[in-house]
Design a protein around this ligand. Structure first.
Ligand SMILES: [Ca+2]
Ligand SMILES: [Ca+2]
Ligand SMILES: [Ca+2]
Length: 289
């Protein structure tokens, strides 16, 4: 066979391989348009443990009971740290869970949900950290505040957290609002509601925050976001509401695969093979590498 020593693979085989790699490069490039969901935290509390959750009050106030996590503190605040996740353009983070209240109070801003970033600051590592704690001063992120009841002029609001020495409550303090509706969410006691909070980086400087619960959907764009990375979820409820129970808690990162480099490499290999095949079929000498 011609050039069998220098060219042990038949050129037609290489041509087919070149086509295959070119197709692979195209598919990987196209794959960049598709976000791939990865669950980075999940707990249905069936194991009896509240892994990773910390309570602002004494440990006994936050327990796993009946396959749910229940907080019996009148003024409840508890948090979870999940893997620090930075959103690129096109990526999103979705936090989903089921939530119920043993009784529903008509309290302005009486239910608060935050998706924050510890921002290089400290992290709580034990229960009893309090409603305020200096460790939270530099936390960034977003919150939804609402009235678990329905009649409330303060309504439901989405805001971005500002840092500062006075900002020692993770869900109180200084916030910049970018979305609202003029009513609470009208929960019924002892009904389990699916809750979803999604943060989507639409453009380099646009973060869309969406909140869904009990038929209420609030979705607004923050056009001056101060951060795109998150590692903390925190929930606060006022004493006018009864015990709060969470279940089926998940944090899902919808990422865009970093396929650009691999796709480019495959494309270069494919073109090289096609070039070699063309030179070979013309009877030219193989390129010296
Ligand atoms: Ca668990
Ligand atoms: Ca459960
Ligand atoms: Ca971070």
């Amino acid at each position: 066979m011609k050039n069998s020593f220098l060219f042990p693979i038949h050129p037609k085989t290489l041509f087919n391989l070149g086509q295959f790699l070119a197709a692979g490069a195209f598919c990987m490039a196209a794959g960049q348009l598709q976000a791939a969901p990865t669950t980075i935290y999940s707990d249905d509390f069936s194991d009896g443990n509240r892994d990773g959750w910390y309570n602002s009050s004494a440990s006994a106030g936050l327990m796993v009971s009946g396959g749910q996590m229940v907080c019996t503190d009148p003024q409840a605040q508890f948090l979870l740290y999940f893997p620090d996740t930075t959103l690129a353009v096109g990526e999103s983070l979705t936090i989903s869970f089921d939530m119920s209240l043993a009784s529903v109070g008509d309290k302005s801003l009486g239910l608060r949900l935050g998706v924050l970033d510890s921002n290089g600051g400290g992290k709580v590592s034990a229960d009893g950290f309090g409603i305020t704690n200096a460790i939270f001063e530099d936390y960034l992120g977003d919150r939804v505040v609402t009235n678990a009841g329905s009649s409330d002029s303060s309504g439901t609001r989405i805001s971005q957290r500002n840092t500062g020495t006075s900002n020692t409550s993770p869900l109180g303090g200084d916030w910049t609002e970018f979305g609202s509706r003029g009513a609470g969410i009208g929960l019924t006691a002892n009904v389990s509601y699916p809750v979803t909070i999604s943060l989507s980086r639409m453009e380099s400087s646009i973060l869309e925050v969406s909140f869904s619960m009990n038929g209420v959907l609030l979705s607004n764009e923050n056009t001056s976001p101060t951060n795109f990375d998150f590692d903390t979820f925190v929930l606060y409820k006022d004493a006018l509401n009864g015990d709060v129970a969470l279940d089926n808690f998940t944090v899902v990162y919808n990422s865009i695969p970093e396929a650009g480099d691999a796709g480019l490499l495959m494309g270069v290999i494919a073109l090289s093979i096609l070039f070699v095949r063309r030179r070979y079929l013309k009877g030219s000498a193989l390129p010296v590498l």
